[in-house]
Design a protein around this ligand. Structure first.
Ligand code: HEM
Length: 487
């Protein structure tokens, strides 16, 4: 540099004048009033955001009111943001409607990254782990055997299995949470799920998200919002009843998550952590586990059966593999190594239909950068997991259902999958979900062959309906019992 044009005091001026400004994020032009709001109104947002990535690249911005949204469409960028720079991006957008749904931000999934939130997540994570170590495997086995009984009862008639999958997934969570399981016909269960489903779908609707971006709309009558408020009140009443019953019955041991949480609150009463947490946190954690753990797993099971109807020969391959489990017993989660085709199937359905396709939006809690672009504090980050799982730079024939890509030599790598997000906000139920997906699928495919109701019926439409959870449209299937395996 010495003696060059920009040495000494001139260097500062030179840099000031000629340094290149940080590149600004690409993105579609927006309307002067509503920005790119219309881009978020598409009926299948994950597909739409993925198509925008073809035009603007794997990172682009959308403007919505005063908010800048940054959409990430590759696994690489999602890992950079959520995992490597987790401490910059662990926040959640603070929103008017989110606050209502999350009991004033006091749940785990929507709560912002604060000391209180960290104490809450640690507490629930610990309780979930203790409970899972003791009983998760047997709880899932019990529900899988119950599901088998229900399917046998259909005696080969065409049925929509979605409700049975919801009951099975829900019973895993309610057993872990309060040691209770319900029958499909139970009015308690039906009330709980109709209310939770309603909240998830209403909250995902554009009528509601518009209230967050455009505060003036809150002054106008909004029947969708009125319904949301009613359902949140109903949810809180139902959960309160469950927790009150639980306390009355005196199950305060660490066997269940609720027991473990209540004990931990007592134990930590005099610590700083204990002072941050109250019964409201136990209440909201129950909501988190029920919402996070029921529709996701149930939707995934529905997708799996639907994909298998498109490629029935894969069912036979998994079945043949399951026949090799010693002594004809049902597989354990520890049998994963010996069941590569089953594991490949689980991974391929997670890839094609990550059931939380846009994860949950994150918020930049300080100025930061992604892929060299400056990202200002408070930007909202949307990890498009669906887009990352269809990235043609990573996956060959990204839209084809090919479990074999995850078998040796198939070219697919589980390291490129991000169905559970990552970093500080990694799905709290990841290990519960992984065991459920493996065991439920193993039990189902060991005992049943899934076939179309009639040979002239088309296999189910695989586009799906995307709200917060990506679900398949209802379809009917026949669960034909397989010959018994075993001695
Ligand atoms: C969050 C996926 C099952 C509880 C999430 C997120 C994803 C996800 C993508 C957002 C991560 C982020 O913000 O970056 C899935 C999938 C599942 C599944 C694909 C099953 C196939 C479960 C289960 C439970 C659960 C079984 C409960 C036992 C939660 C909770 C959060 C969460 C509480 C919020 C975490 C936080 O904000 O810190 N999940 N999930 N999920 N999930 Fe899951």
């Amino acid at each position: 540099q010495q003696g060059g044009a920009a040495s000494g005091p001139l260097q500062g001026l030179y840099l000031f004048l000629f340094r290149s400004a940080p590149p600004s994020l690409p993105g579609p032009p927006g309307h002067f009033l509503i920005g790119n709001m219309m881009e978020l109104m598409h009926d299948h947002l994950p597909i739409h955001l993925t198509s925008l990535a073809q035009r603007y690249g794997s990172i682009y911005r959308l403007k919505c009111g005063n908010t800048t949204m940054v959409v990430l469409n590759s696994g690489e960028l999602i890992r950079e943001t959520l995992v490597r720079k987790w401490s910059d991006f662990a926040g959640r957008p603070i929103s008017y409607t989110g606050d209502i749904v999350s009991g004033g931000g006091r749940n785990i999934s929507l709560g912002d990254y604060t000391e209180e939130w960290r104490a809450h997540r640690r507490l629930v994570h610990g309780a979930l782990q203790r409970c899972c170590q003791q009983s998760l495997h047997s709880v899932i086995e019990r529900q899988a055997l119950h599901l088998r009984k229900v399917l046998m009862g259909y005696q080969g008639s065409p049925v929509d299995l979605s409700e049975d999958f919801t009951v099975a997934a829900s019973n895993v969570i309610t057993t872990l949470a309060f040691g209770k399981e319900y029958d499909k016909s139970s009015s308690e269960l039906q009330q709980l799920h109709s209310c939770l489903n309603e909240i998830v779908s209403l909250w995902g609707s554009s009528w509601i998200s518009a209230l967050d971006s455009f505060p003036l709309l809150r002054k106008l009558p909004n029947p969708v919002f009125a319904r949301l408020l009613k359902e949140v009140a109903r949810r809180d009443e139902i959960i309160k009843q469950h927790l009150d019953n639980f306390k009355l019955q005196g199950h305060q041991s660490e066997d269940s998550i609720t027991g473990s949480l209540l004990q931990a609150l007592d134990k930590h009463q005099n610590t700083k952590e204990g002072q941050l947490l109250t019964d409201v946190h136990v209440h909201m954690a129950t909501v988190d586990l029920l919402i996070g753990g029921t529709e996701t797993t149930a939707a995934w099971l529905n997708w799996t059966v639907a994909f298998l109807l498109h490629r029935p020969e894969i069912q036979d391959k998994v079945y043949e593999e399951l026949c090799t489990v010693p002594e004809g017993r049902y597989p354990k989660y520890s049998d994963r190594q010996r069941l590569p085709v089953l594991c490949a199937l689980v991974n391929e359905v997670l890839r094609l239909r990550p059931v939380a396709p846009l994860a949950v939006p994150h918020r930049a809690i300080r100025n930061s950068s992604i892929a060299g672009f400056f990202i200002p504090k408070n930007s909202v980050i949307i990890p498009n997991l669906f887009g990352a799982h269809h990235d043609p730079a990573v996956w060959s024939e990204p839209y084809s259902f090919k479990p074999e890509r995850f078998l040796e030599g198939g070219g697919g790598s589980t390291r490129a999958l991000v169905p559970f997000g990552g970093g500080a906000r990694l799905c709290l139920g990841e290990s519960v979900a992984k065991m459920e997906l493996f065991l439920f699928t193993a039990y189902l495919l060991r005992d049943f062959q899934f076939i179309l109701p009639e040979s002239n019926v088309f296999p189910p439409d695989l586009r799906g309906i995307a709200t917060v959870v990506l679900k398949i449209k209802p379809y009917k299937v026949i669960a034909r019992p397989r010959p018994a395996i075993g001695p």
